[in-house]
Design a protein around this ligand. Sequence first.
Ligand code: SF4
Length: 304
Amino acid sequence: MAFYDAELIEKILHLKRQKNAVILAHNYQRGEIQDIADFVGDSLELSQNAAKTNAEVIVFCGVHFMAETASLLCPHKIVLLPDINAGCPMADMITVEGLRERKRELPGATVVCYINSSAEVKAESDVCCTSANAVKVIESLDSDEILFVPDQYLGHYISTKTDKRLFLWPGYCPTHVRIQPEDITKLRLEYPQAKVVVHPECIPEVIALADEVLSTGGMCRFVQKTEAKEIIVGTEIGIIHRLKKENPDKKFIPTSERAVCPNMKLITLEKALWSLQDMTPEIKVPEEISVRAKVAVDRMLKIV
Ligand code: SF4
């Protein structure tokens, strides 16, 4: 670690204590951000952990919709997103107006939104889900027709696990679509003993080649339990930092070095420091939206 980083980290941790803050880092964050965080995980588990602490301030090292979810679950805490430009292109592939129009076309369908969506879209949905609980949430619903937004590939994967009829919004994660089937085929030849785990945001042709299809939290648990010593990891490469740290005896091979989410990488140590110094940018969901968005999130939490 460079002296500069050590000094920066010291300042961040000092301010964190002074402001009674908690630092959350998504599994896709830069390694140095994961290392200073109080919790590392997926967006929902991070917000749930933050809600349980006595911290007054949350520094959310992730992207915009995650900070919004933290604000929904922790309405009395100040939620900071160290770079306001850290958005999610997939979440931005749907607008409230577009969703309302599709709902009018499908009046009998229950709207299920992936947690990777804006608070406004959540507010317009019946129930929320994560990649880990999507099948359970959908199976629990009375309706046989589901409008699933915004990730068509997660939606496609769920449709192979349920008899319900899913109407898919045509969104996708630009980072996960960079993982291609030939990447896996090549690595399988190179590492014949390895297990292949991929995220359900990947395209169906990639999913068909995997041994396991798992959320990021599911991957972390699987890797600890498996006897395999080599694991080919089909998701954003930031997670490999955590996997290596928790499993130093295992080898992790990214499916593709192209699977980097530029938005996740916008958060740096400097920005985390400035955010705590200036107490900005703060993410707060307007009450008329947060009340309805929270209904969709709470409904999911009751099911799982
Ligand atoms: S990895 Fe994909 S889904 Fe996650 S924040 Fe980046 S663009 Fe959005």
